[in-house]
Design a protein around this ligand. Structure first.
Ligand code: BDR
Ligand code: CA
Length: 335
């Protein structure tokens, strides 16, 4: 069933407590700067996971962003390998060798990370804020799965989980690593399957919708001219990211992670579909995300115990872009 949430009951205009689980990452960095600037978001923590670069690099990047943009939230270092003990070659051709577009980084006097590993930070913070924390995960889901394994009780304490990940063959969009698998899912398919299988509310913002949100030249020019230091930074780090997209005829870049961040703030800009979700953990379709169709009767099987979760099936791309730009250029939000 497809539903659209009533804007009046959306989370807009309320304080939203977020733990941002991320692998910065060009689009991760842009999403973080959006969250940091958005007035109704309280960032409780930034937890890192390997992906767009190795765990040392993405953690360094998170600490760099924290320092440069005076982000008060602590940074906790997370998993450097998948639940199965595997790692993958970082996509330097997309995010650069240093994960954020190969810009020069001043690494002096970076803040120290939180002493706890990311999954322990998540457990502690969720328990300290029962019913209030949104876990926004825009990388592999390893930290979330580790937190669930160590403390299954957090499933009932989290407000909701929103992920950027998956590809559900809607709107003609399939995988970006294989014909069926999206990067964050294939990077740790077991973790993803465990996260979708837990009894908390998960919403997947997959390629089906994030590929409809394109930050084009006009938006980037506006950000550079009027978006202050954060706007200029986003434009600077995304040069190589744009060049990668240009190979496929896209003038600009897909807004993957920040689109999931917008969902957290205003879910009324999306339509979602409910049903259990599983992730293929091996074989030729490894990393594929599949949502059960409730309209068809099946014999008893592995899907029967899986809880309903949500998948975004459509998005108001113009309004998502408007919110992202308007957060950095406030006069746009007023218009
Ligand atoms: C996802 O993979 C990463 O490269 C991006 O940061 C995004 O989270 C898109 O498939
Ligand atoms: Ca990411």
């Amino acid at each position: 069933m497809t539903t659209m949430r009533n804007p009046e009951t959306s989370t807009r205009n309320r304080s939203i407590k977020v733990i941002f689980d991320t692998d910065p990452g060009v689009d991760d960095a842009a999403a973080l700067l959006f969250l940091n600037a958005y007035p109704y978001v309280t960032l409780l923590g930034i937890t890192t996971v390997f992906g767009n670069a190795d765990i040392d690099t993405v953690t360094r990047n998170a600490l760099y962003l924290k320092k440069r943009f005076a982000i008060p939230a602590p940074v906790a270092r997370g998993a450097g390998i998948s639940l199965a003990g595997e790692t993958s070659l970082p996509p330097a051709h997309i995010h650069g060798q240093n994960g954020i577009g190969d810009i020069a980084l001043d690494e002096s006097h970076l803040p120290e990370p939180d002493p706890r590993p990311a999954h322990r930070f998540i457990i502690d913070t969720v328990r300290e804020n029962p019913g209030e924390v949104t876990l926004l995960a825009v990388g592999r889901l390893t930290n979330l799965a580790l937190a669930l394994r160590e403390a299954p009780d957090i499933a009932s304490l989290v407000k909701e989980v929103v992920i950027m990940g998956g590809a559900f063959s809607l709107s003609g969009h399939n995988g970006n690593v294989t014909p069926v698998a999206e990067a964050n899912m294939i990077g740790d398919p077991l973790a993803a399957d465990e996260v979708f299988g837990a009894t908390w509310s998960v919403t997947a913002i997959g390629l089906d919708v994030t590929r409809q949100v394109v930050m084009g030249p006009a938006e980037l020019n506006r950000l550079a001219a009027h978006g202050g230091e954060a706007g200029r930074f986003i434009v600077e780090i995304s040069k190589g990211y744009r060049a990668f997209h240009a190979q496929f005829g896209i003038d600009g870049y897909y807004v993957h992670d920040a689109t999931a961040a917008v969902y957290v703030i205003d879910p009324s800009l999306f339509k979602v579909r409910s049903g259990p979700i599983r992730v293929a953990t091996e074989g030729v379709a490894v990393g594929q995300t599949i949502q059960r169709d409730w309209g068809t009767l099946y014999p008893p099987g592995e899907w029967d115990m899986a809880p309903d979760q949500k998948v975004a099936v459509s998005v108001d791309a113009n309004r998502v872009l408007g919110m992202l730009l308007g957060t950095h250029i406030p006069c746009l939000l007023a218009s």
